[in-house]
Write a protein that binds this ligand. Structure first.
Ligand SMILES: [Zn+2]
Length: 365
């Protein structure tokens, strides 16, 4: 339990006590009726007991989490907690997939707002400094709502070429794994807690679940979707009184659609024409099914580990001109995929150190 929580309870207790004494006296004098006074006293006594109970409960859980018994339970599942936290960290890294490829620095200029109108509204100040906001006319804002992909590519300088397509395929691949990973991780965590159910007092499991998870040492799973990149078209009238904002979020569904949109516009190079598959959510599932939900490197499958996070890997990486074809895709468990990724990262670093150029550069985004 947080220290603040305990302090809060104590403070509330003393304030309540003061108010109770005050009310009892004033009401008793006011009514001069023995039944009314008794009822008030009973209610207030119950209230005092409730406050005392809450206080004792806080002290009990504080002492329980400090006890050796709890420390021993924690020690016995240490390795599983460590594995969970490792996966959680991996998921957080996957979420950075898009941020990591935003390589272009457009520079920074100073901006002074000298308007006497409404430009200083807090929501505009927040949007003004964001890089994914385009200030535009009302017609662009309205049109962007009708055809978001077209306008995002045009106004945010996203080139409709194969490089961009590959990049967004990778983002979708990582984001899908992150989304799936979160739920697998939660299941795994719940299973671990279930395995020690008999050892933890019922009341603590029932009423202090979140606290228990924290005290056991699990890092918090972030279920928010805030990491999905968003693009915004903003129109503010000359007087600053009317405004319109068109917001577009690249969630899993929109990323899938965007990949189809890009593929439609791009004329694939002749050498790989007809061979290229699109890395959509559908294809990911198809590859996993083909590989029988088994890691093609270590052989671990979801039969052995039901909450195993499986990822789709390019056998020849996109960075080495590998393409998205079914033959070039395989299912790997997240551990194998991560160690493979680290190895390729080292290869690239070595080549840069040796004076060779980096194998890929992502431009214009
Ligand atoms: Zn593996």
């Amino acid at each position: 339990m947080k220290k603040n929580h305990l302090q809060l309870v104590i403070t509330v207790f003393f304030i309540s006590l003061f108010i109770i004494v005050l009310i009892t006296y004033s009401l008793a004098n006011f009514f001069r009726d023995i039944i009314a006074v008794t009822i008030i006293k009973v209610i207030l006594t119950l209230f005092v007991f409730f406050i005392i109970f809450m206080l004792l409960w806080e002290i009990y859980i504080f002492l329980y989490f400090k006890s050796n018994k709890f420390k021993n339970i924690k020690e016995s599942i240490k390795i599983f907690i460590y594995k969970c936290n490792e996966l959680n960290q991996h998921i957080e890294e996957l979420k950075n997939s898009y941020i990591n490829i935003k390589a272009i620095d457009y520079g920074q200029a100073n901006y002074t707002d000298k308007s006497i109108y409404n430009y200083k509204r807090p929501e505009f100040i927040k949007l003004r400094d964001s890089k994914n906001v385009y200030n535009c006319s009302l017609s662009v804002c309205t049109n962007a709502k009708q055809q978001p992909f077209k306008y995002i590519c045009k106004y945010f300088n996203i080139k409709t070429n194969e490089e961009t397509l590959s990049m967004f395929e990778r983002v979708l691949n990582d984001f899908s794994a992150a989304e799936q990973g979160k739920y697998l991780l939660k299941n795994e965590r719940d299973n671990i807690i279930k395995s020690i159910n008999g050892k933890i007092p019922y009341a603590i499991r029932k009423f202090e679940k979140n606290n228990l998870i924290k005290k056991l040492g699990f890092t918090e799973i972030d279920f928010s979707h805030l990491y999905f990149p968003d693009f915004c078209f903003k129109y503010v009238s000359a007087g600053g009184k009317s405004s319109m904002i068109c917001n577009f979020v690249f969630n899993i569904e929109n990323l899938n659609k965007f990949i189809l949109y890009l593929a439609d516009l791009i004329k694939f190079k002749k050498s790989i024409a007809g061979q290229r598959a699109l890395m959509t959510s559908e294809l990911r599932e198809k590859i996993k099914y083909r590989d029988k939900y088994t890691c093609q490197n270590c052989g671990l499958s979801i039969q052995q580990e039901p909450n195993l996070l499986l990822e789709i890997d390019h056998i020849i990486p996109l960075a080495k001109n590998g393409v998205t074809t079914e033959e070039n895709l395989q299912t790997l468990c997240w551990r194998c995929n991560r160690s493979k990724g680290a190895k390729i990262g080292d290869d690239i670093n070595n080549k840069i150190c040796n004076g060779q150029t980096a194998l890929h550069e992502v431009k214009d985004i």
